[in-house]
Design a protein. Structure first.
Length: 315
C-alpha cells in the first residue's frame, strides 16, 4: 500500500524553515541486532516503510529511540544513516539531549554536517533542573549550528510568560509538546512575536491537538507501527473532516492501550516484529526480552485489534 503525505490544510508557519514540515512523524525506534549492536540497515527499512505509509519525517534518538541509552558514536551513526536513507524525501529532526550540554552541542554539530533538518532537545535531566539552567542549555545547543531548534517539552507544564523567553533565542523555532494542556500551548503562542511550529507528542491525543489549530502535526511512538493512521488523521484534520478522523483516532487509542500494557521497551519494539521489521530488544534497563508466551500474547492482542496488519512492511 503506497501513500503520499497530504497535510496541506494543517497549520504551517511562514518561512523557509517550516516548508514541508506539516504532517505525521515517527519517533524512530533505534533498531538493534541480536547482539545488541546498532542495526543500521534496519534504520533504512523502517524509514522506507514509514514514508510508504505517508509519514512526513522522523524524530531521531528521542525517548522512543532510547537516545539516553546510546553512546554518542551510536547516535551519530543513526543521524548519518537516516540522512542517507531519507535522501531528501523526509524531514529529519535529531534529538541531541544529553546529561552534558557539551555532549549535546557536539551531537548538534554532527547532525548539521550529516544533512539533518532540525535539532531538538529535552530540558536538562537530573542536573540543572531550573529555568536558568534550561535557558543556558537551550542557548548553547541552539546556537551551535544554523539549523532551526525544536524544544522537546516532555511531561512538563507550560508556563507561558516564563517559557516564551526560550523563543527569544535566535534558532528556537519549534516545540514538540508531549502533554495534554493544549490551552497553555495556545497561551504561549499568543505571547510570541515570531513564526513558530508546534507538534503534539501524545499519540492518544493527536486529533484533539490538531483540532486546536495550533499544531502542525504529530510526533510519536505509535507512528512506527501504524503510520498510515496518523498520516490519514493529519490529512483529514487538514481537510476539516474531523468526523472521519475521529474514527481513526479511536483505533489509535485502542492501539495505545496495548502499547502501554507492559512497562517493557521490548514489548513495544516487538510490535515492529509483528509488522515485519525486527528492531531487536529494548536496551537495558528500558527493555527485557520477551518469553515465547509473552510474544504470543502480544501478537494475539494485535490480531484482535483487526486494523494492525501482520507483516505489513513486507507487502
Amino acid at each position: 500500500m503506497q501513500m503520499t503525505n497530504a497535510s496541506a490544510g494543517l497549520t504551517l508557519p511562514r518561512g523557509k524553515a517550516f516548508t514541508g514540515m506539516a504532517g505525521a512523524y515517527s519517533a524512530l525506534y533505534t533498531p538493534f541486532k541480536k547482539d545488541g549492536s546498532l542495526n543500521e540497515e534496519m534504520i533504512e527499512k523502517v524509514i522506507d516503510y514509514g514514508l510508504s505509509r505517508g509519514l512526513r519525517g522522523f524524530y531521531l534518538t528521542g525517548s522512543t529511540g532510547e537516545g539516553f541509552l546510546l553512546s554518542k558514536e551510536e547516535r551519530k551513526r543513526v543521524y548519518a544513516r537516516a540522512a542517507k536513507a531519507a535522501k531528501g524525501r523526509a524531514k529529519l529532526i535529531a534529538h541531541v539531549g544529553c546529561l552534558s550540554t557539551d555532549d549535546a552541542v557536539e551531537l548538534a554539530k554532527f547532525a548539521a554536517k550529516s544533512g539533518i533538518d532540525w535539532v531538538s532537545s529535552v530540558a536538562p535531566v537530573y542536573f540543572g533542573q531550573c529555568f536558568d539552567a534550561a535557558y543556558d542549555h537551550y542557548r548553547r545547543i541552539s546556537s551551535a549550528t544554523d539549523l532551526p531548534f525544536m524544544i522537546y517539552s516532555l511531561g512538563a507544564d507550560i508556563v507561558p510568560d516564563r517559557d516564551a523567553k526560550f523563543f527569544d533565542l535566535k534558532n528556537v523555532k519549534g516545540m514538540k509538546y508531549t502533554n495534554y494542556k493544549y490551552w497553555t500551548v495556545q497561551a504561549l503562542r499568543n505571547r510570541l512575536s515570531k513564526e513558530v511550529i508546534f507538534f503534539s507528542g501524545a499519540d492518544e491525543q493527536a486529533l484533539p491537538a490538531l483540532a486546536t489549530g495550533i499544531f502542525s502535526g504529530c510526533i510519536g511512538t505509535s507512528q512506527n507501527i501504524i503510520p498510515a493512521h496518523f498520516a490519514k488523521i493529519c490529512e483529514l484534520a487538514g481537510a476539516n473532516d474531523f468526523a472521519a478522523a475521529a474514527k481513526l483516532q479511536d483505533e489509535v487509542v485502542r492501539f495505545v492501550e496495548q502499547l502501554i500494557a507492559k512497562p517493557n521497551g521490548s514489548w513495544h519494539k516487538s510490535m515492529m516484529k509483528y509488522i515485519g521489521l525486527d528492531c531487536g530488544e529494548g536496551r537495558a534497563p528500558n527493555g527485557r526480552p520477551l518469553s515465547k508466551d509473552e510474544l504470543k500474547d502480544l501478537f494475539a492482542r494485535l490480531d484482535a485489534l483487526g486494523f494492525v496488519r501482520r507483516n505489513d512492511a513486507r507487502k
